[in-house]
Design a protein around this ligand. Structure first.
Ligand code: DGY
Length: 419
């Protein structure tokens, strides 16, 4: 074990609340959906049982309709806004009312494939399979009403890339008037210059209040939202999870789940082609309200490599990343775009989870050099700058929260790959 492995394990233990892990103390004091699934991948390196528990806890709070919420508010904590009273989702344990990237299917398969305790892994994976399958079904039923094979997000927080340049245009359609007065807490924990703006927060909250007014009936929210965007990164994660869940279900003899998820993945992968842009050298978001592609070279369109995409597309994505010329790849936005901001959250900084998923996809697509370069840059970044939430892609300056859980988890994964 190297020093950074020990430091990573310390962080994962420190942020462990028993059955779930907080992303970091202070800034994010609850359980976040995709954070937890990726965190389990780190936990498996020192406590396999605990890794399964992380995902099981998340799914214990799945809604009856199949949605898995983006935050589970296990215990009250007024250090975070918007808390349970703002969401008002009326769940036994309070949760938010929107979802997050569906990385659980991928995480489940990886935990199962690499597990040392095979019988335990089979039991725990088998119990989670129908729950993850229900989430995937919910996505295609509620977020793809025209059955095009791609789902839309209805709130930027769902993408996980909260303030990406991708959302600037479609988000302008969301009003800011009429929301209840509020006090942000994030800017008390992290530098406001590195966080979303007030105007963006007003719009985040307008959407929350609008959905709350519709009583969180998730069958209505897609059509009722003025913000509906098809994000290639979000879809790639769902498609990859569907493909992985299909493989896992086959191994475990669950043929119906296997067939359903194989169909989601095949249809989704074919539909991804409609988001490719040759001039941009990557996939783009599509605004589902106007049906137009959004001219924004964010990392969402590179994260598409996490899905089974054609080999020539993966090769082009590898070139695009190389073309960014950033030491600590992968920047969350193309650095030559005038809207790029190297320190502001998802408008430029590097995030280790994104590096991990892009690297994994590129390696599968045969882009070994590009994948290895990402692993090296990621470990280099941690040795230079420690375990931050995100980083300046050029200088490596640590930004946002510190002692960050999923960053630590990804370090353990990268170290295992680099061995
Ligand atoms: C936040 O509060 O910044 C989160 O990203 C929303 O889930």
């Amino acid at each position: 074990m190297t020093d950074i492995a020990d430091a990573a394990i310390d962080i994962l233990r420190e942020n462990d609340r028993g059955t779930y892990t907080v992303p970091t103390k202070g800034l994010y004091p609850f359980q976040w959906n995709w954070d937890s699934c990726l965190t389990a991948l780190g936990q498996r390196h020192f406590d396999e049982g605990r890794a399964w528990t992380e995902i099981e806890t998340l799914f214990a709070h799945q809604w009856p309709d199949g949605m898995v919420p983006h935050i589970v508010f296990h215990k009250p904590d007024d250090g975070y806004f918007p808390g349970p009273d703002v969401w008002a989702t009326n769940r036994p344990v309070p949760t938010s009312g929107i979802t997050q990237p569906a990385v659980a299917g991928f995480a489940l398969r990886r935990l199962f494939d690499r597990a040392a305790d095979r019988p335990e892994a089979a039991d725990r994976a088998r119990a989670l399979l129908p729950k993850v399958a229900a989430w995937h079904r919910w996505f295609y039923e509620t977020r793809d009403p025209a059955r095009e094979g791609l789902v839309a997000i209805i709130h930027p927080w769902e993408s996980g890339r909260d303030n990406s340049i991708d959302w600037d245009e479609p988000f302008a359609r969301v009003p800011t008037e009429g929301i209840a007065p509020y006090t942000r807490r994030d800017t008390q924990h992290a530098n406001p210059e590195h966080r979303p703006t007030k105007e963006q927060y007003d719009r985040y909250l307008w959407l929350v209040e609008h959905f709350r007014g519709l009583k969180w009936d998730t069958s209505k929210l897609h059509d009722a939202s003025p913000f509906r965007v098809v994000d290639p990164g979000f879809n790639a994660i769902l498609i990859r999870s569907a493909a992985d869940l299909a493989d896992l279900a086959e191994t475990l003899g669950e043929q119906e789940i296997a067939a359903e998820n194989r169909a989601f993945a095949t249809r989704g992968a074919a539909a991804m082609e409609s988001l490719w842009s040759d001039p941009h050298g990557q996939y783009l978001c599509r605004d589902r309200v106007t049906d137009a592609l959004i001219d924004s070279r964010s990392v969402g369109g590179l994260l598409a490599a996490f899905a089974p995409i054609p080999a020539h597309r993966a090769a082009r994505i590898a070139e695009t990343i190389e073309g960014h010329g950033m030491r600590f790849r992968v920047a969350s936005h193309a650095p030559d775009d005038p809207r790029f901001q190297s320190k502001r959250y998802w408008r430029g900084p590097t995030w280790l989870v994104v590096n991990y998923m892009i690297g994994d996809g590129l390696a599968r697509a045969g882009q070994t050099d590009a994948a290895e370069a990402i692993t090296r840059a990621s470990l280099d970044l941690i040795r230079t700058s420690g375990f931050a939430e995100y980083y300046d892609p050029h200088t490596g300056e640590p930004l946002g929260g510190g002692r960050f859980t999923w960053t630590a988890a990804m370090v353990l994964e990268f170290l295992a790959m680099a061995d």
